[in-house]
Design a protein around this ligand. Structure first.
Ligand code: ADP
Ligand code: MG
Length: 616
């Protein structure tokens, strides 16, 4: 048989390598920013168009390249950073594999302009799909400018795999944060579709953290400092009471390189033991400096995972130094941070003079009262109670007609769900008995036995359908605030708010100002208490950070879910008989009364038969 093995042409090998190194626009951003840092730049500008799909442009004032180097830099395994294998264990630069530029050039249209200080003129180079289109002498400032256009233009499968611009920009901002946090001495700016997203001037580490995550962050930080023979630790953890619902703000840098380490993360978490509730995450920004000889960075192409020689020792040192810092800053264990939001003013009120507003406040305001005309349980509430009672089976009726009841998770023994399951044949009013059990469940009698519903889940469903309706019909009403409410957010949080502005407005929010790191709200949805606003917006941001919606439908859906979750009456809340009845009625007026927006069962039914059997 003839020989069949052949060496792959370079451009094919480069495309294959690109598959590993460049997963999405954010990977290009990371590689380019790191190259600029390695080139000694102290000013780096990042310009993005359309989530990086159309353009990623990085401009630095670093060392620049000679004409020959400019050409060579796009070859695979071409690097100025290491010369031999032994250098691999003494790495002080971000890059060293020499494959980023070759990979990027294989799958996009690249334009490079670069000039060294000693040279009169610079060089420009245009490469498309690994092919050099032109190389010229140009006038250009000292440093390097690389623009990457039409990423994955020649690999449609990869291009189609890219997510929406919003999702891609999210990833880009994450990479930008990581690089900018690792290098506070370098000034960074970032522009997206022509507008400035970040402008970070040279600063110390604390200022950099605050500049990225917003001024609110300053008071949350607890410094952590430790120097031992094997490791130097510096940076911050956030006070336990500021733990978050997402892991968003957790950063480890090892020798100025962002890394992911579940093991070291565990060390931090364990230092917070007893200080934060389960399901919440501490934020941290920790810089570890170790001897480069004691780590192996070359275990993953993207270099975000590294191997330490002595992980166990690092774990112990990290844990104890964080514990020590938390202790020093007098952070006493508090097990439950759930507090009554009505007791605090989470915004700038404390700076205002106290005046008593001349406004009539309806103290008896209660969304469950039948005369309440808010957007919570509107319309349905106005019915007479006998009509209300009928509405109990409205939702069920349509189900029964569909002949496909979908009460996932609810156990029915022999009960058929029929429209008249609630009718007892007797006077309706006598049958409308509800009872609140442990401030958690509402128990109600129905024809075939008993219905038990979870009050928090039921209300979540009701609010969810209401918000969804408001969001799609844009018919929400809002209440004017006495004083506009000013809330501060970090840049990336502001990104979410700007994205969601229109939808928030259709739920009833009225924004009077949207700045770079603050919003001013002058109206809120009628169902929202003023003191809840910041909690709700935080929840929305957290939910959107956890689950980036792919399209506008899922965005609307997530927003409705998020608001319903934070506004629904909680377990533990006492409800009057009237409120209980309204809850039941409104639930069964919903399109889908059986499950929460997250598909958890809302009620169960226990038949008389079942009860009888238990008494046998
Ligand atoms: P690596 O960073 O692993 O060396 P790259 O493919 O990212 O590999 O870059 C190849 C080489 O191109 C680098 O080693 C460096 O010499 C040069 N280079 C890349 N970007 C820049 C830049 N912004 N400024 C100066 N030189 C650069
Ligand atoms: Mg590189």
């Amino acid at each position: 048989m003839a020989d069949i093995i052949q060496l792959l042409p370079d451009h094919v090998a480069n495309q294959i390598a690109a598959g590993e190194v460049i997963q999405r626009p954010a990977s290009v951003v990371k590689e380019l920013l790191e190259n600029s840092i390695d080139a000694g730049a102290n000013q780096i500008k990042l310009i993005i168009k359309d989530g990086g799909k159309t353009l990623i442009h990085v401009i630095d004032n670093g060392a620049g390249m000679s004409g020959t180097d400019a050409r060579l830099s796009f070859e695979r395994h071409a690097t100025s950073k290491i010369k031999s294998a032994k250098d691999l264990f003494q790495i002080n630069t971000k890059g060293f594999r020499g494959e980023a530029l070759a990979s990027i050039a294989a799958i996009s249209h690249v334009e490079l302009k670069t000039k060294q200080e000693k040279d009169e003129v610079g060089n420009s180079l245009i490469i498309e799909g690994s092919k050099v289109i032109s190389q010229n002498v140009v006038v250009t400032p000292i440093g390097t400018s690389i623009s990457v256009k039409n990423l994955f233009y020649n690999i449609p499968a990869r291009r189609n795999f890219l997510k929406s611009d919003q999702v891609e920009i999210r990833h880009i901002i994450d990479e930008f944060h990581r690089v900018a946090l690792a290098h506070p001495k370098i000034s960074f700016s970032m522009f997206q579709n022509g507008s400035e997203v970040f402008s970070l001037s040279e600063s110390n580490y604390r200022q950099r953290v605050v500049n990225i995550f917003g001024t609110k962050m300053n008071e949350k930080l607890v410094p952590v400092e430790e120097t031992t023979e094997v490791i130097q630790i510096s940076g911050f953890v956030c006070k336990p009471e500021y733990s978050k619902k997402t892991r968003g703000e957790q950063f480890f840098f090892v020798n100025d390189r962002f890394i992911k380490s579940p093991y070291l993360n565990h060390a931090v978490i364990s230092a917070f033991e007893g200080l934060i509730k389960e399901g919440r995450f501490p934020s941290y920004f920790l810089k570890l400096t170790v001897n480069p000889k004691s780590i192996d960075i070359n275990i993953h192409p993207t270099k975000t995972e590294i191997k330490f020689d002595d992980e166990h020792t690092l774990y112990a040192i990290l844990r104890s130094s964080i514990k020590h810092s938390l202790g020093q800053f007098n952070i006493a264990p508090v097990l439950d941070f759930e507090h009554d939001s009505n007791l605090e003013t989470p915004y700038n009120y404390k700076d205002k003079n106290v005046t008593s507003p001349n406004l009539e406040v309806d103290k008896s305001f209660n969304p469950f009262k039948s005369d309440f005309k808010g957007s919570t349980i509107t319309g349905r509430d106005k019915k007479e109670s006998s009509q209300n009672w009928e509405s109990l089976y409205v939702g069920l009726e349509s189900k029964a007609n569909n002949n496909e009841p979908d009460f996932s998770g609810v156990q029915f023994e022999s009960d058929e769900i029929t429209p008249d399951m609630f009718k007892d044949g007797k006077d309706l009013h006598q049958t409308t008995t509800t009872y609140q059990l442990h401030h958690k469940y509402i128990v109600s009698t129905i024809k075939s036995g008993m219905l038990i519903l979870d009050q928090h889940r039921a209300h979540q469903r009701i609010l969810y359908e209401d918000f969804l309706k408001n969001l799609t019909m844009k018919e929400a009403t809002s209440q004017q605030l006495l004083f506009p409410l000013v809330l501060n957010y970090s840049n990336s949080e502001m990104e979410f708010i700007k994205q969601l502005k229109e939808q928030l407005e259709s739920t009833g929010f009225v924004f009077s100002k949207i700045g770079a790191d603050m919003i001013e709200i002058k109206g809120v949805p009628i169902s929202i208490n003023e003191s809840e606003v910041s909690i709700i917006i935080d929840q929305i941001i957290a939910d959107f950070q956890n689950e980036v919606p792919e399209n506008s439908f899922s965005q609307t859906d997530l927003l409705a879910k998020s608001m319903a979750k934070s506004l629904a009456i909680k377990t533990g809340q006492h409800l009057s008989t009237l409120e209980q009845e309204h809850l039941v009625n409104s639930l069964f007026a919903c399109k889908e009364p059986s499950v929460t927006p997250n598909n958890k069962p809302i009620f169960i039914i226990m038949s008389v038969d079942e009860l009888d059997r238990k008494f046998m």
